[in-house]
Design a protein around this ligand. Structure first.
Ligand SMILES: [Mn+2]
Length: 276
């Protein structure tokens, strides 16, 4: 994950004032120490978009409740966004699970920022994308994680535990019961859940007759095809410092913005794909 995607070079060529059709930003977690605000401010300074989508978890109200970390730079992010509104940018804010308190206000406008539960973005080339935060898919993701753990070590351990477990059961007068077989059954039903996340993403896009889906939430930038649906994740500003942009000619690209090494950007040309 050290690499910077070739997409970043798009912005280095023209640097400040790069014009794009749309910018998608998620998971900034303002109000916490983890928010990488400086690179974000730098990114916002360099990019001018017709539409800015804030794809959730922009402000971390979970942490704010326990006493916010809110230095001036966090205000600067808000100010910068409001300034972009004044200069004519359309800003759509889709609250995530960390700023879900704002979900009650979906459909309303605040200082030119429109709150929506989810929305549809149409690219210049006419491709339609559902835009949502992505915590909606949490159930399946959690199950997939559990499976990954169980799949690697769990089953072998269960096999090994079968003997002592049944020795115990026998001494309590109970019949043989295979822990490993039980887990294997559970794993099998969980396997379908891995596909389920991908299915859920794809189904959501199909439900809206869309070509793809744009989300955040898992803090992992991604650009790939899932069952014929274009899945894009704009990443985050906690670890990956990444965003999604639609260029003026209608191409969707993940952009990575390295932390505090702006000048080095001009020398970097890296060939690697953005890791999925
Ligand atoms: Mn989230």
């Amino acid at each position: 994950m050290q690499d910077i995607s070739p997409h970043a070079s798009f912005l280095t060529e023209e640097a400040a004032g790069s014009r794009v059709r749309a910018v998608f930003i998620s998971d900034v977690h303002l109000g916490t120490r983890n928010a990488q605000v400086m690179p974000l401010l730098d990114f916002l300074r360099c990019v001018d978009a017709d539409v800015i989508y804030l794809v959730g978890d922009i402000v971390d109200f979970w942490k704010v409740r326990r006493g916010p970390h809110w230095p001036q730079t966090h205000n600067d992010v808000v100010q910068k966004l409001l300034r972009k509104v004044r200069k004519g940018a359309e800003v759509i804010f889709i609250p995530g699970n960390h700023d879900e308190v704002l979900r009650d206000y979906c459909g309303m406008q605040f200082g030119g920022i429109r709150l929506e539960r989810s929305t549809m973005h149409t690219t210049l080339r006419g491709r339609r994308y559902v835009v949502m935060h992505g915590d909606e898919f949490d159930v399946v993701v959690r199950t997939a994680k559990w499976l990954a753990f169980l799949g690697d070590r769990g089953y072998e351990m269960a096999l090994w535990l079968n003997a002592p477990l049944n020795w115990l059961r026998r001494s309590f007068g109970l019949g043989f019961w295979s822990l490993s077989a039980y887990l294997k059954y559970r794993v099998k039903s969980a396997v379908s859940f891995i596909g389920s996340f991908e299915e859920a993403v794809a189904a959501e896009a199909r439900r809206h007759a869309a070509d793809g889906i744009i989300c955040g939430h898992i803090h992992h930038p991604s650009d790939r095809q899932i069952n014929g649906v274009h899945y894009l994740n704009c990443g985050d500003w906690v670890e990956s410092c990444s965003a999604l942009i639609e260029t003026l000619d209608g191409e969707l690209r993940i952009v990575r913005w390295p932390v505090g090494v702006r000048d080095e950007l001009f020398e970097l040309t890296l060939p690697d794909e953005v890791p999925a």
